[in-house]
Design a protein around this ligand. Structure first.
Ligand code: CO
Length: 448
């Protein structure tokens, strides 16, 4: 039995909370006024950057993501700031060259970020190695992430192996990331206990409440010796977001795992965000019951709403059940990728095509072709060869690290950025999202 110890909490309200519930629309102006109170709580860390927020800042909120990071650093003086980094995909949806990743990490550390949670959608550690190396070199905390999924190849030994591999690569801590909300209490217990006993690293658990299991899973993780739990304050918790901070704090109170956090203070913060949330009603995807489709099909909530929009457009909404059933079959053909950005979009779009066209793989998206070519990395299990042949014929897939084939991208971005540049960080934004950044710069500079 692992020695009981105080459990730490990471607050995700200002990143994953609003990414999951409010289509990532929360603006910086709604985060800063409560910063001082949030700091008083004594969270282990505050997740406030990365994931989809970088893109949506510029695309929808008319905000500079770097400005948000600097403002957060200024207001959260004594807290560790945390972000979600998609490995070689940085904060985008495809692989970028190493020079872009390196510059992104350098600028991010310079602007005050402390903890980088680094993952790869296929759990291909080759797509994480440069990110880990650069984060370490900048003196920041590199958290190696294992994306949780269920398949015949994702067994206990897989999780132990990947955890050990990440430790070998020099990570400072491990994260078990359950983006779909499918991690049941018992497997969580086994994996975390295995990691704690064999690797001796700090372990952070990230679950989504989607299927209604996450708070049970957290309790078993606590018993297994987890160090940090990701939670959002109650008004921004549950559904497709994280378990509620206050509930976890109360559940562990007066036990050897007591978080020591103040429920009164948390409830003031929650009340604040309840009012903030009302500003984003048009984006709010709250539903009052758990989404159990995710348990049957492993399809996260966001993906289902994409399907509905996509099928409606083609007057084929009645085919939704067929599409849902097609997803696990495509996933099997693809070698069981976890369904997380960008693999969830890749698998989802192909499943919809297969059903709408009435013939499987008659047409494949460019992303699917590139997936089959190995440009996203190594799938967890071999892909279905027959399907691969249908999609890319006799083309031979690559077997190196995909980014090894990408020429440096910063010089071109620097050139494209020249007419708009106000800060060095603009070059990085341009390299990652050329069109979105350009439109954002034009609007921003026009205002000046
Ligand atoms: Co998440």
């Amino acid at each position: 039995m692992t020695e009981p110890r105080k459990v730490l909490i990471c607050d995700t309200t200002m990143r994953d909370g609003h990414q999951s519930l409010l289509a990532t629309r929360m603006r910086t102006e709604h985060m800063l006024p409560i910063a001082e109170k949030v700091e008083q709580v004594g969270f282990y860390s505050i997740e406030i950057w990365g994931g989809a927020t970088f893109d949506t800042c510029m695309r929808f909120c008319n905000e500079d993501p770097w400005e948000r990071l600097r403002a957060a650093r200024k207001h959260f003086k004594n807290s560790k700031l945390q972000m979600l980094l998609r490995g070689q995909n940085v904060v985008g949806y495809k692989h970028y060259a190493d020079d872009v990743l390196e510059e992104f990490i350098k600028r991010t550390v310079d602007n005050g970020l402390d903890i980088f949670r680094i993952f790869d959608a296929l759990n291909d550690t080759r797509n994480m190695e440069k990110a880990i190396e650069y984060v370490k070199r900048e003196g920041a905390h590199a958290q190696g992430t294992v994306v949780y999924t269920i398949s015949p190849v994702h067994d206990y030994d897989f999780y132990m192996r990947m955890g050990a591999e990440l430790k070998e690569m020099g990570v400072d801590s491990l994260c078990l990331k359950d983006m779909a909300g499918i991690l049941a209490p018992m497997p969580a217990y086994e994996i975390i206990k295995g990691w704690k006993e064999n690797l001796g690293l700090m372990v952070q658990l990230h679950c989504h409440y989607t299927s209604g299991m996450a708070s049970m899973t957290y309790l078993k993780a606590v018993e297994a010796g987890v160090d940090v739990l990701d939670c959002a304050v109650s008004s921004m918790a549950l559904q497709s977001s994280q378990p509620a901070t206050e509930s976890m704090v109360a559940a562990l109170k007066d036990t050897p795992y007591d978080t020591g956090l103040d429920l009164g203070l948390l409830s003031e913060i929650s009340q604040y965000f309840r009012e903030v949330r009302a500003n984003y009603a048009e984006f709010d995807n709250a539903s009052c019951s758990p989404d159990t489709n995710v348990l049957t099909y492993q399809i996260p909530g966001g993906m289902i709403s994409n399907f509905i929009a996509q099928l409606k457009e083609q007057n084929a909404l009645h085919k939704l059940p067929e599409v849902l059933a097609e997803v696990p079959r495509v996933r099997e053909d693809f070698g069981y990728p976890p369904l997380v950005t960008p693999s969830s979009q890749i698998v989802g779009a192909q499943a919809a095509l297969n059903v709408v066209l009435g013939q499987r793989y008659m047409i494949a998206t460019d992303e699917v072709k590139n997936y089959m070519r190995g440009y996203y990395g190594r799938p967890p299990a071999p892909v279905n060869e027959e399907v691969r042949k249908k999609i890319i014929g006799d083309e031979k897939p690559i077997d190196c690290r995909p980014a090894d084939l990408i020429e440096p991208e910063l010089p071109k971005a620097r050139e494209a950025c020249e007419p708009y540049k106000r800060q060095e960080e603009d070059v990085v934004s341009m390299a990652i999202f050329p069109q979105v950044a350009k439109a954002f710069f034009e609007a921003r500079n026009g205002k000046e």
